[in-house]
Design a protein around this ligand. Structure first.
Ligand code: GLN
Length: 191
């Protein structure tokens, strides 16, 4: 490992992702400017609020450079709001909300409903050994449609919550909020 892995640091769970990466031997880089982005090998888009991040991606000047790197094949991992930012189709989004539209999924925001706004569960993840992964869901989305090229790695009640398409991975939950680093490890293993 030892790759420089950017964490989009406009809003959301930045420190927790950086800590997980460092613990696994990668070099986390907080990405706030296009210059920060140019030095990284891969990018994590954290959880937070996708509508706010969409606005901040515009005002920071990061939207177009990130879109260009993704088009070149930069590996990226979106968690929760980050999953929404990577999706080709956003359901229940705000009309002005933008996404990078590189991961061929339709994702519904806040899909688990208000009554279960937050929950924690053990997830069986394809390719991860050692028992269920501890997964924290906070006003989480889920995937309603996954394109042919998309592998579903984990589901909750039949809804995909962890997917991979080539160098792109996306989780509806927050792997950075538990001590279980196996999902980050899975992403880093693909770099
Ligand atoms: N519901 C949030 C959104 O639409 C995502 C929640 C999260 O990242 N924890 O952006």
């Amino acid at each position: 490992m030892g790759e420089k892995v950017g964490v989009l640091a406009l809003q959301g769970d930045v420190r927790e992702h950086a800590a997980a990466l460092a613990e696994l031997g990668a070099h986390p880089v907080e990405v706030r400017t296009p210059q920060d982005l140019s030095g990284v090998d891969a990018l994590i888009l954290p959880g937070g609020e996708s509508t706010t991040m969409s606005l901040l991606l515009g005002s920071s000047g990061l939207f177009d450079p990130i879109a260009a790197r993704l088009a070149e094949g930069m590996p990226a991992f979106g968690t929760c709001a980050g999953m929404i930012l990577l999706a080709t189709d956003v359901l229940d989004g705000r009309p002005d909300q933008r996404s990078f539209a590189v991961l061929d999924i339709a994702v519904r925001r806040n899909a688990f409903g208000r009554q279960v706004d937050s929950f924690e569960t053990g997830l069986d993840v394809a390719g991860v050994v050692g028992g269920p992964v501890d997964a924290v869901f906070i006003r989480a989305p889920f995937v309603e449609r996954a394109g042919d090229g998309v592998e579903v790695l984990a589901e909750v009640d039949g809804h995909p919550v962890l997917v991979r398409q080539g160098p792109l991975m996306a989780a509806a939950f927050h792997p950075e909020l538990s001590d279980d680093l196996r999902v980050h490890h899975l992403f880093l293993g693909g770099l």
